[in-house]
Design a binder for this molecule. Structure first.
Ligand code: SF4
Length: 692
């Protein structure tokens, strides 16, 4: 029996996995003790990976209009339809919508096809729903999309502030690392800032159940508190930052009393948090979707970063702002330029970068400006402006906000291609062409986790039926579109080598994403490695005080907190998120009975007093509705929830529970800087469903 060293396909922790196929066809799964993300640990999802490998529900053959087709016919149809659409309506009439589930090699080839050869930047990704606000906040502050710290900092910190992050369920192995560190260091403190009292509150010394979107006010108030009390790093601020005065001028208007009103927190609790932050040099602020998935998400990110800049707590062990990504390869997508507003290898659409990338790719048809971001992309489709779309490894009919409108837009789109390993997604149902993709355990490539660590995913199973890797499918279509030589890849190692070469191409250190040290590296034996890599991997960024802005200084961003969000009487603020044992729309975790045993059906968490007022009892079916849609879910009455707020998990689809699609209710309102949707801030009505 041969053991393969690979990486978990779920969250952005990026745990190393040892997979051993057994003679009976099963696969034994264990945590990789040598992987620096998890040191042998796995969570419930990771340890159940071997139970999700059945062929049940797999798409095994190409299909055209629901009938089995040959690869030749399917690829020809995709290529000719894209070509004809571009010829008739221009390059911006076509689009690709990708996924943080794609491997870096898949992502690289898709981005190269769309931006480099089709000449449109209409390629966006479900990572837009996950971490776009962190990307935008990093770029505003640092001049680059750079995560400063690493996981070890969580163990070295004396104070960990978790903002909008249910780490216990959504990044469980990171949570386990904090639990272990806290057990050995009783003086270590954890603060949780979250409207819900989630399982993560179990390790919190202080839980601040902040009003939805009150985070900006909390951190703007903290900035003022730090300045008022002289908790600053004057030399660092003077020599390595700009804009502190303007940010502090805005913050001065936010005394603790005003913060209390905006956040719904007591002045006592706010003061305690501020004092702990002020007194603790080694502080890491970890933030996730509660920060990012907001109409003011980018401002929230910068409000947090401002506090670390003012105190100089960045780039050193045990301190810094730290965005943790939701998906296994959201970071890899950022590296290749898989967002519509990024070109490639962390380069933007500047004239110099367009010329440089065009020269590298050997193309004179590189997209000249950003393309449509996720919400705008599907809105353009609804208006008839996108006439052919290719959706890879994601399920927007369930996961996009205003999901019913997205389903209608796809149903009206003249040509929809879906490449996926699953035959049973709600998006696949509306596709004209379905292409069977290889899945985890079958694919070969790399992913990058939340701490910029590149790890290999290696195959240990043969792809079933006619399933093929995504990079191969895209390359075949590109060749049929006439871009042959640029897409003549025969294996993912060639693609990774090109990706590495592009990162270092005319890069004198002015760009953060740099894999120079991996040029010529052996792909097969590649060990988990953090970028940037010029001479040696960099575990922490900005330790020298040099940033990637034109003047080399980090930028403070003045943040004006949004007005408190007060729902109209009878409305609830709908929060959405994950449960411990399911992943996205359950195409993989839905196969493991023990994972479904944790929560067997969709539910709504509602405060007991709100439930009583509506005559909703425990396990009552509840209808949630608003202008965008309806969902019917089981009541889970709990005081973990704030009054006036409800929470519904994001996982259930029409394939697993009728009327359980919560994203049908979610608003498509987006952050103006990052275009990330406010997935945690819809308004809904709730009522018990009468049972006859
Ligand atoms: Fe996989 Fe994330 Fe669990 Fe690690 S913590 S095993 S990466 S789901």
């Amino acid at each position: 029996m041969t053991t393969t060293r690979t990486t978990c396909p779920y969250c952005g922790v990026g745990c190393g996995v040892l997979a051993t196929p057994q003679p009976d066809g099963s696969v034994t799964i264990a945590g990789d003790p040598d992987h620096p993300a998890n040191f042998g640990r796995l969570c419930s999802k990771g340890s159940a990976l071997g139970e999700t490998l059945s062929l049940d529900g797999r798409l095994l053959h190409p299909e055209i209009n629901g009938a089995r087709a040959t690869w030749e016919d399917a690829l020809d149809l995709v290529a000719t339809t894209f070509q004809n659409t571009i010829a008739e309506h221009g390059p911006n009439s076509v689009a690709i919508y990708g996924s943080g589930q794609l491997l870096t090699e898949d992502y690289y080839v898709a981005n190269k096809l769309m931006k480099g050869f089709i000449g449109s930047a209409n390629i966006d990704t479900n990572s837009r729903l996950c971490m776009a606000s962190s990307v935008a906040g990093h770029k505003r502050a640092f001049g680059s999309d750079t995560v400063p710290g690493n996981y070890e900092d969580l163990e070295l910190a004396d104070l960990i502030v978790l903002v909008g992050s249910n780490l216990g369920w959504c990044h469980p192995v990171l949570y386990q690392r904090i639990v272990a560190a806290k057990a050995s260091r009783p003086d270590m403190r954890v603060v949780l800032i979250d409207p819900r009292r989630t399982v993560t509150a179990d390790i919190a010394d202080l839980h601040l159940p902040v009003q939805s979107d009150g985070d900006s006010a909390l951190f703007v108030g903290l900035l003022a508190h730090l300045a008022r009390n002289g908790v600053t790093a004057p030399d660092f601020v003077a020599n390595h930052t700009s804009g502190a005065e303007a940010a502090l001028l805005v913050a001065e208007d936010w005394p603790i009393a005003r913060v209390a009103t905006a956040t719904g927190l007591s002045e006592h609790a706010i003061t305690l948090f501020y004092d702990w932050f002020a007194r603790t040099e080694k502080t890491v602020t970890v933030y996730s979707q509660g920060v990012n998935q907001s109409a003011s998400g980018t401002d929230k990110v910068n409000a947090i970063i401002n506090c670390h800049l003012l105190t100089g707590r960045i780039g050193r062990p045990g301190m810094g702002p730290f965005s943790v990504t939701g998906q296994p390869n959201a970071m890899g997508g950022r590296e290749v330029g898989g967002l519509a507003n990024m070109l490639a290898a962390h380069m933007d659409f500047t004239p110099e970068a367009i010329e440089r990338v065009g020269r590298f790719w050997g193309s004179d048809n590189v997209a000249q400006s950003p393309g449509l971001k996720a919400v705008d992309l599907f809105a353009a489709m609804a208006r008839g402006e996108i006439k052919a779309v290719w959706i890879m490894a994601t399920n927007p009919v369930d996961s996009m906000p205003e999901a019913d409108a997205v389903r209608a837009a796809l149903a009206a789109c003249p040509f929809v291609v879906v490449s996926d390993m699953s035959a049973r997604t709600d998006t696949g149902v509306v596709a004209h062409v379905r292409l069977p993709a290889a899945g985890w355990g079958e694919k070969d490539g790399t992913v990058t986790n939340s701490e910029r660590r590149i790890s290999r995913q290696r195959p240990f199973l043969a792809a079933p039926g006619e399933a093929r890797p995504d990079w191969w499918i895209v390359s075949q279509v590109a060749q049929r579109m006439g871009f042959g030589a640029a897409f003549a890849y025969t294996n993912p190692a060639e693609i990774f080598a090109e990706h590495t070469a592009l990162s270092s191409f005319e890069n004198d250190g002015a760009r953060d994403f740099d894999l120079t040290g991996l040029l010529g590296a052996d792909y097969e034996s590649l060990a988990p490695t953090q970028w940037p890599i010029r001479n040696k991997p960099s575990a922490r960024m900005f330790g020298t005080g040099a940033f990637y802005t034109p003047d080399g200084k980090a930028r403070f961003v003045p943040v004006l907190p949004p007005p408190p969000f007060a729902p109209a009487p009878g409305s609830f603020i709908l929060n959405t998120g994950r449960v411990r044992d399911h992943w996205h729309t359950m195409t993989r975790t839905g196969k493991a009975a023990r994972l479904s045993a944790h929560y067997a059906e969709p539910f709504v968490e509602i405060h007991p007093q709100d439930a009583e007022a509506l005559n909703i009892r425990r396990a009552t079916l509840v209808r949630l509705n608003n202008n965008h849609g309806t969902a019917i879910v089981r009541a889970l009455v709990t005081d973990r929830q704030r009054r006036g707020h409800v929470f519904v998990p994001m996982h259930w689809t029409d394939q697993f529970a009728s009327h359980g699609r919560v994203d049908a209710l979610v608003t498509a309102k987006v952050d103006p800087v990052s275009a990330q949707p406010a997935l945690k801030m819809a308004l809904v009505h709730a009522e018990p469903v009468a049972v006859r």
